[in-house]
Design a protein around this ligand. Structure first.
Ligand SMILES: [Zn+2]
Ligand SMILES: [Zn+2]
Ligand SMILES: [Zn+2]
Ligand SMILES: [Zn+2]
Length: 355
C-alpha cells in the first residue's frame, strides 16, 4: 500500500511577509515569490499566448531535488491568463509553467535558513525592479515619480486608477522608497488572486470508510457546473440538475472522487515520477503527448497536479467565474536540467470534466 505515496497540499492563510522568497514558500495568489531574483522572465515571456495580456501568478510549489546540488532550492511556478475567453476546454494555452532552481550557495539567499523575523533586512536594490501591481519584472516606470515600476502599460494604467494617482505625489516628495517588498497593494488586489500558503503533507493511505462517493461526485459536479454557469450565465438550475442526471457513468471520475474524499480540501497532489489522478475517462486528450524538455532534450515526467478545489479559494473577492479547470497536470524535465534560462518553461495539461 505504501507503494504510491502521494503528498497533498491544502491552503492556510498566512501573513504576507512569511511568504517572502527568503522562506521558499509554496503558495497560491498574491505576487510570485521569485527564486532567482535577477534573471526574471521578461514581460513578453509572461504574455498570454492567446490575447497577449500579462499573465497573472496562480501558484508555486517549492520542490527541491534532494539528490542534486544544483536543485537544493527548486520552485515550479504557474501563471494564468485572467481572461475567461482564453480559457478553453482541454486546452492549456492560457497557462504558463516555469521551473527555477538554485544551489545552496547562491547570490540571493544565505546558506543557513532565515529566521522568521519580519524586520530582517533583505535588500532588493541590486535586482531588477518589480511591477508594483503584479510583482513580475517591471522594466518601465512612472514618469512622474520614477519610483513605481511596471511590467506593462496595462498594469501601469490600472495602478494609476486604483491608487497610484494619490501615492505618486507622496512618492515624488519621498527620498527613500522601499521597493519590491512582495506585498500586494490595494490596486494589486484587483488583478491578483487571494494569497494563501500551501501546506504539503502526506496523503492518508486508506480510503475513508463509508464515504458517500455519490455525494462527493455530486459536490464536484456542482462546483464544475457553477463554474460553467459563470460562462453561460443563463443556464437555469433545472438545466443544471438535468445535466447532473444525464452525466454518463465515468469510472475515472468515480475513482477520482473516492481518492480525494481522503482529503476533500486538497488543492494539490504532488507525486513526482508518478501519474496524475485524472478527473475523467472521456477526454479528447486522453492520449496526451508530453513533449520532451526543450533545453536538454530529455524526457519529462509527471510532477504534480492542481485540483479543481483551488477554484473555490482564488475566487474569493475576485470575479474569475469564467476561469476553470478539472485537473492541471504539470510535467517537468526528469533530470531538472540546468540548461537554458533561469526560468525554464515546462509542460502542463488541462483536463476538464466534460460530457
Ligand atoms: Zn489571454
Ligand atoms: Zn504587472
Ligand atoms: Zn508615480
Ligand atoms: Zn531538461
Amino acid at each position: 500500500m505504501a507503494t504510491n505515496k502521494v503528498d497533498i497540499g491544502v491552503l492556510e492563510e498566512r501573513t504576507s511577509w512569511l511568504l517572502h522568497p527568503r522562506f521558499f514558500p509554496s503558495k497560491v495568489g498574491g505576487k510570485p515569490a521569485w527564486l532567482d531574483l535577477k534573471n526574471l522572465p521578461n514581460p513578453q515571456e509572461l504574455e498570454c499566448k492567446r490575447c497577449k495580456d500579462p499573465l497573472v501568478f496562480l501558484c508555486q510549489i517549492y520542490a527541491p531535488y534532494e539528490e542534486l546540488d544544483e536543485c537544493f532550492h527548486r520552485t515550479v511556478f504557474i501563471f494564468i491568463c485572467r481572461n475567461g475567453t482564453c480559457c478553453r476546454t482541454n486546452c492549456a494555452e492560457n497557462f504558463l509553467v516555469l521551473r527555477c532552481q538554485l544551489p545552496r550557495k547562491n547570490a540571493f539567499y544565505s546558506y543557513q535558513p532565515y529566521e522568521e523575523n519580519e524586520n530582517e533586512e533583505f535588500p532588493m536594490d541590486k535586482w531588477p525592479k518589480l511591477c508594483n501591481l503584479c510583482g513580475a519584472k517591471g522594466p518601465s516606470h512612472c514618469s512622474k515619480c520614477k519610483k513605481s515600476f511596471y511590467c506593462s502599460r496595462q498594469h501601469q494604467i490600472l495602478d494609476w486608477q486604483k491608487g497610484h494617482k494619490e501615492a505618486c505625489l507622496q512618492l515624488q516628495a519621498a527620498d527613500m522608497v522601499k521597493l519590491n517588498n512582495f506585498i500586494v497593494t490595494d490596486a494589486g488586489k484587483a488583478v491578483l488572486f487571494k494569497e494563501w500558503e500551501i501546506i504539503i503533507d502526506e496523503e492518508d493511505e486508506e480510503d475513508v470508510k463509508d464515504v458517500d462517493v455519490n455525494n462527493e461526485m455530486e459536490k464536484l459536479h456542482k462546483l464544475m457546473q457553477e463554474k460553467k454557469a459563470g460562462t453561460l450565465s443563463n443556464v437555469s438550475e433545472g438545466e443544471l440538475d438535468e445535466y447532473t442526471r444525464t452525466m454518463p457513468e465515468d469510472k475515472v471520475f468515480n475513482k477520482f472522487s473516492k481518492r480525494i474524499a481522503r482529503h476533500p480540501e486538497q488543492v494539490l497532489r504532488y507525486d513526482r515520477g508518478g501519474s496524475p489522478l485524472w478527473i475523467t475517462g472521456n477526454t479528447e486528450n486522453s492520449v496526451m503527448n508530453v513533449a520532451n524538455c526543450q533545453y536538454c532534450g530529455g524526457e519529462r515526467q509527471f510532477e504534480f497536479q492542481v485540483m479543481p478545489q483551488l477554484l473555490n479559494f482564488i475566487n474569493a473577492g475576485v470575479d474569475v467565474n469564467s476561469i476553470d479547470w478539472g485537473v492541471l497536470a504539470v510535467y517537468t524535465c526528469k533530470s531538472s536540467c540546468t540548461q537554458g534560462p533561469a526560468y525554464k518553461e515546462e509542460f502542463i495539461i488541462k483536463q476538464d470534466l466534460t460530457n
